[in-house]
Structure formats: C-alpha cells, structure tokens
Design a protein around this ligand. Structure first.
Ligand code: SAM
Length: 268
C-alpha cells in the first residue's frame, strides 16, 4: 500500500501520465484541424502549449516537417513527452520543456503555429490568445480546443462544475468574437465528437484510477479525487448535447487593432 495522503495534484499526474492524452481529443481531430492551415510544408516552428505527454504533438510531427516545442507546467508530463519523442525518433525536432503558458520563454514572432489542446481554459480563452499572439509571425496560425457551450441551455450543474475546475464556459460565438478581438482572423471552429471524451479519455482514465484506488486504498484524497472524476463522467452523459470541446483555428492579423467580432450563426 502506498502513502494514503498523496496530494491531489500528484494523483492527477499519476492518473494521467500513462494515458495517450490527458484530455478529450483524437488523432483524427488533430489532423482535421491541421487541414484548415495553408502551406503546411512551410511551417518551420511550432509551439504546443499545455502539451501534456504529447499525444497530439506526435501527430503534428507526423504531418509537419518543422521543429515543435512542447511546454507544460509539470516535469512528469515533460519527461513522458521527451520519452515519447525519442521512441518515435523525433528527438531532433520535437522537444518538451517545463514552463507556464502564461510566461513563455520565446522571442516575438518566433512561431508559424501555436497549438494547444485542452489547456487554454486554464488561463482563459481570450487572455491566452491575446498573450500568445506576439509569439506568432503575421499570418501564423493558432489552433486550440476549449470547452464551450453548444446550445443556449446552460445547466447550472455544468456551470458550477467548470467554474470550480477553474474556468467558466462561453458559447462558440462568444469565443469566435474573442478570437477576433485578440487580433486573429477567424478560420474555422468544429466540435469534437463524443468518442474524444468517452473512448479516448474517460475510459482509459477510469482504468488508471482503478489502479490508483488499489494502490492508495483507504486514502481520503484518492477517494475524493476519483469521486470528482466519476461526477464529471455522469455530468457529461447527462448534458453532453449542451457543451463540448470545440477546436478554434485563427490566423494572426497584421496590426494590433482590436476588431469587433462578427456574429457566428453556424453550428460548430
Ligand atoms: C487537459 S490536459 C491536455 C494535455 C494535452 N494537450 C492533451 O490534449 O492530451 C491540460 C494540460 O495543460 C497543462 N497546463 C495547465 N496549466 C498550464 C500552464 N499554466 N502552463 C503550461 N501548462 C499548463 C497541464 O499540466 C496539462 O498537461
């Protein structure tokens, strides 16, 4: 039996470190987002922010020939990221570093593309896009996934869950306006299908958490942690038509003028 008083953050890392992805997503959706970018063959430098162990990064590396740098807060994820890059013989052009996506160690206009799956909501969609913009060259792309409202019905339980997790949800139209205000032209938005949450994330996470509940049997922190995640799964199965992860793709506009966003009328 392990230390029953393991911290919540250590549990989160231990539960996620062996998973292909640390949040909802899939290779197919990463590739679908990439298809909205022109001139992929000219992309020389990419930053993947909140990269985790690099599930999506390795997919990007299979389609982009340039260098990719992954940034994540946690050393454990970055160690797994660099191991994964090495296993795929990508270590010469795919590197992970520990850092915060709110305080990046990069030069202005250093990147052709900034990617971020499942992470921007930790600092706020508009805040993140606004800060990251200077690191992109003019006409460089940004592609992020962010949990968003998909309908006009905003169930209170979901609102509360996501506020407590650190960020509220906004509608797709609101986020597209925010992207434009932050200095990008809107390119595309689409919703991730349900299997990105279920088969690709909840199912492997539940298996990892089963092992944790055995390892730390009787620990209050582990019980509360797993209960919280089960609640997330229940909420998703109850309300999944109303919210989801949406991929947003934008292109850095010249100049700094903050444009009024256009109304978004289509389905994501
Ligand atoms: C939901 S996971 C997504 C990981 C990966 N992009 C994926 O889709 O599988 C969010 C990631 O963002 C990282 N993260 C959260 N806040 C961060 C910050 N301020 N700076 C850098 N990384 C952060 C977490 O450590 C975690 O790896």
């Amino acid at each position: 039996m392990g230390n029953k008083e393991v911290s919540r953050i250590d549990l989160l890392i231990e539960a996620h470190i062996g998973l292909k992805r640390q949040g909802p997503g899939s290779s197919e959706m990463t590739i679908k987002a990439l298809r909205f970018l022109d001139n992929i063959d000219k992309i020389a430098r990419v930053a993947d922010l909140g990269c985790g162990s690099g599930g999506q990064t390795m997919v990007l590396a299979a389609h982009i020939h340039g260098k990719i740098i992954g940034v994540d807060l946690f050393q454990g994820f970055i160690d797994a990221f660099n191991d994964n890059a090495e296993k795929l013989n990508l270590q010469d052009r795919v590197t992970g570093i520990v850092g915060s996506m709110e305080n990046l160690p990069f030069q202005d206009e250093e990147f052709d593309l900034i990617w971020s799956e499942g992470a921007i909501d930790n600092i706020g969609f508009e805040k993140g896009l606004t800060y990251w913009r200077k690191f992109l060259r003019i006409n460089g792309y940004v592609a992020v996934t962010c949990p968003s409202w998909l309908t006009d019905k905003h169930p209170a339980e979901i609102e509360k869950f996501w506020m407590e997790a650190g960020s509220g949800l906004d509608t797709v139209g609101h986020n597209i306006d925010a992207m434009q205000r932050a200095g990008y032209s809107f390119v595309a938005a689409f919703t991730l299908p349900e299997d990105c949450w279920t088969d690709n994330y909840f199912v492997p996470r539940e298996a990892a958490e089963q092992l944790l509940s055995e390892k730390y049997a009787g620990g209050k922190t582990v019980e509360a942690y797993i209960k919280g995640d089960k609640y997330e799964v229940e909420l998703f199965s109850k309300y999944r038509q109303h919210y989801g992860y949406v991929f947003y793709i934008g292109k850095k506009r010249r100049g700094n003028a903050r444009q009024k966003g256009t109304d978004y009328a289509g389905g994501a």
